[in-house]
Design a protein around this ligand. Structure first.
Ligand SMILES: Cc1cc2nc3c(=O)[nH]c(=O)nc-3n(C[C@H](O)[C@H](O)[C@H](O)COP(=O)(O)OP(=O)(O)OC[C@H]3O[C@@H](n4cnc5c(N)ncnc54)[C@H](O)[C@@H]3O)c2cc1C
Length: 440
């Protein structure tokens, strides 16, 4: 199911991206020009549609996020952006290689308006990429980056269309230009869906903060109860975007994994998160009064055993990566699920491990084995020490005939290290699913 759907999306994407090329081949067409010129125009068209489709890609359409997972989509969003930038930049370079006087087209304030708007679109795209890659180095807040990202993205697409209109040639035929504009508008309307319609849908199903409780390791348990509706079902390991306060039309929305049991939620509608203090929003979470209005956009993601059935699971987490694992474990316990679960959790100190008492109790209630690996273990500690690595995984891996599915969540370097260690100990890639909290 996963492969078919993902492949179907890939085929649809390739058709859409190359659509302008087929369109431009329909007569009437301008007189043929040298290959370099035609190839440069083709790259420009494809780059433009790729940029427009970026908006549809990140609009959190359930049909797209369910089979692929939002982190996979965002990873592709970044890769596609790099390819689009390459294509768009190659377009004027190839033209200038053919006709050296066109190097002047890179001057943002010289030449014709067709050249200027083309140059502005290219530089807008370069700036957008630089801000994304260098956000943390530049100390740009996530919120400021998001605004700049959206504004630059839309401005670049509008400028590219003006450039196309002024430069003419293939788009001299009105209906062809209109088809191109329609594809762009349709794709960019994903942005309206994301910023206007999704918050409106969330506003119709508000929640209230029911409990805020401090756990170990600067983590807060935050429970929400539905206000005037039954709540919705989620699968353990999924996440939602949370906004606090009466206005869901805000940039201050943050993704958090459900940490509570999906089964409990199905009964009373309550959902819970485990939130680690990290920045502006999360550091204020402990002060949020009970009764505060909250809105949720979700559930999202495919980091869930419900979509990856297996005879047993290995959960590997570090720090707050424990949150989606807790939801999985609590849900499997509530379902009376007999399948074995091995949880390997890495933390700096023992006193930082959140929910330790509950995890130890869960070991007695269900087929769960908990292994803790501590960077700074207390005196007399006889458990695992240091980062989770290949040797530790070899030592701990259950010796059994069936293949367990693995879920990994934690800091990015930990995920990368664990993924390659798993590969080295022979766990097939298709059995490993990772969720990165640090998306940008
Ligand atoms: C799928 C997913 C599930 C997550 N689940 C949990 C969880 O269960 N518990 C938990 O404590 N944390 C979770 N996080 C991380 C959490 O979203 C960030 O820690 C939080 O948004 C930080 O916000 P801040 O304002 O406190 O910190 P900031 O200093 O503003 O941000 C710190 C970092 O968090 C990320 N971030 C900030 N805002 C957003 C946003 N709106 N969207 C995406 N990333 C953002 C950025 O990479 C940023 O550099 C999850 C993240 C993702 C992507």
């Amino acid at each position: 199911m996963f492969h078919v759907t993902a492949r179907a999306w890939l085929i649809a994407y390739l058709i859409l991206v190359t659509l302008p090329l087929w369109l431009m081949m329909i007569r009437p067409t301008p007189p043929a020009r040298p290959f370099l010129v035609e190839a440069s125009l083709a790259l420009g068209f494809v780059g433009l549609i790729q940029m427009a489709l970026q908006f549809a890609l990140i609009a959190r359409f359930r049909g797209l996020t369910a089979p692929l997972g939002i982190d996979t989509i965002l990873r592709h969003h970044r890769r596609i952006a790099a390819v689009a930038l390459l294509f768009v930049a190659a377009h004027p370079v190839m033209l200038a290689l053919h006709e050296p006087s066109l190097w002047a087209a890179f001057d943002p304030f010289g030449g014709s308006w067709a050249n200027r708007t083309g140059a502005w679109a290219l530089y807008g795209l370069v700036l957008l990429a630089l801000l994304s890659v260098g956000r943390k180095t530049l100390r740009l807040s996530y919120e400021a980056w998001r605004v700049s990202h959206a504004v630059l993205g839309i401005a670049t697409i509008v400028l590219a269309h003006v450039h196309l209109n002024l430069a003419g040639r293939y788009t001299d035929v009105l209906w062809k230009e209109l088809v191109l504009i329609a594809i762009t508008l349709l794709a960019v309307s994903g942005f309206a869906w994301l910023r206007l319609i999704r918050p409106a849908l969330a506003k119709r199903r508000p929640y209230r903060v029911a409990r805020v409780h401090e756990e170990a390791g600067d983590v807060w348990s935050v429970d929400l109860e539905p206000d005037g509706h039954d709540g919705w079902r989620f699968e353990p390991g999924q996440f939602a975007y949370l906004t606090l306060g009466p206005n869901p039309y805000t940039l201050d929305e943050h993704p958090f994994s459900f940490s509570t049991s999906g089964e409990r939620s199905a009964r009373d509608g309550r959902v819970g998160f485990a939130i680690k203090e990290l920045g502006d929003f999360t550091r204020r979470i402990g002060d949020v009064p009970v009764g505060t209005v909250a809105h949720l956009d979700g559930p999202h993601g495919s980091f869930t055993p419900d979509r990856h059935p297996a005879p047993g699971y290995v959960l590997i987490s570090g720090g707050i990566g424990i949150a989606p694992m807790l939801s999985k474990i609590r849900t499997l316990r509530d379902r009376g699920d007999p399948r074995p679960v091995l949880l390997i959790h890495g933390e700096k100190r023992l006193e930082d491990v959140p929910y330790l008492g509950e995890l130890r109790a869960l070991e007695r209630e269900m087929p769960l084995d908990l292994v803790l690996s501590l960077e700074e273990p207390p005196e007399g500690w006889d458990g695992e020490r240091g980062f989770i690595d290949e040797a530790m995984l070899r030592r701990l891996w259950p010796d059994e005939r069936f293949r367990r599915t693995v879920f990994v969540c934690g800091p990015n370097p930990m995920i990368s290290a664990v993924e390659s260690a798993l590969r080295r100990i022979g766990v097939p890639d298709e059995d490993v699913h990772a969720e990165r909290f640090d998306l940008v």
